[in-house]
Design a protein around this ligand. Structure first.
Ligand code: KIV
Length: 271
């Protein structure tokens, strides 16, 4: 496996160069110190402290309940573990949509208290004032279009977005706007591969896809999904690299059996 060891720290500039060279960018979610250390040592370029923590860490049905304080807690845990990857923290629902001053205040807390390198937020034209204000404070912003889980109650389902021409056109316009405003990268979630490729070819900033096909500049997955820790979530775009749910369950079953049978601890495992 080839991780570029010459790169000390992944920056937004490094990601831009990767796109120019046609090198694919890798991104995974991280919410805690131990997992972030493993992912960083493996050589992932971007670690996203996603608001999907609301689902996979806290067990909520949607990403809406997670708070700014909770995102800061997860962000700070990841920052303490990471030496190489760029760390992007999601602005949670309610922390940036109201007005640009609120958006900036939330961002400043994430940058100061978690030590993040950049923030991500969902939406296009409707959040442009917030994006401008955050960028004017010198904080890199990653956009997120397509399926935007914070708007789930507006859309009603988690199905593929921008299949109709009008929605695809709006997405293309929003993507160009985000680039014009100064976003350093863009996530496209669950849209047709053809449209995602078109966006990636049109933009000079990196476009990272999840369920958006192979024609984009990089890929992101929720780590708990790709490692098979979550079991029920099985969209077509997800490739599972491990079945950790069953592996962990098997190990715990063995531990229970060993304790009950008095096999654990043995003579060497005590003082
Ligand atoms: O919160 C998250 O995990 C995300 C990814 C799905 C891109 O936003």
């Amino acid at each position: 496996m080839s991780v570029n060891k010459d790169i000390k720290r992944v920056t937004t500039h490094v990601l831009q160069e990767m796109k120019s060279r046609g090198e694919k960018i890798t991104m995974l979610t991280a919410y805690d110190f131990s997992m972030a250390r493993i992912l960083d040592e493996a050589g992932v370029d971007i670690l996203l402290v996603g608001d999907s923590a609301s689902n996979v860490m806290a067990g909520h049905e949607t990403t809406l309940p997670i708070t700014l304080d909770q995102m800061i807690y997860h962000g700070a845990s990841v920052v303490r573990a990471v030496r190489r990857a760029l760390i992007v923290v999601d602005l949670p629902f309610g922390s940036y949509q109201g007005n640009s001053r609120t958006a900036l205040d939330s961002t400043i807390r994430i940058m100061k208290e978690a030590g993040a390198h950049a923030i991500k937020l969902e939406g296009g034209a409707e959040v442009q004032e917030s994006i401008k204000r955050i960028l004017s404070a010198g904080v890199p912003v990653m956009g997120h279009l397509g399926l935007t889980p914070q708007s789930i109650y507006k859309f009603g389902t988690y199905t593929v977005r921008a299949k109709e021409e009008a929605e695809a056109e709006k997405l293309l316009e929003d993507a160009e706007l985000l680039q014009e405003l100064g976003c350093f990268a863009l996530v496209l979630e669950k849209i047709p591969a053809k449209l995602a490729k078109k966006v990636a070819e049109k933009l000079w900033i990196p476009v990272i896809g999840i369920g958006a096909g192979g024609g984009v500049d990089g890929q992101v997955l929720v780590t708990h999904d790709m490692l098979g820790i979550t079991k029920d979530f099985q969209p077509r775009f997800l490739r599972r690299y491990l079945d950790l749910f069953d592996a962990i369950k098997g190990a715990v079953n063995q531990y229970i059996e060993d304790v009950r049978s008095r096999d654990f601890p043995n003579k060497k495992e005590q003082y």
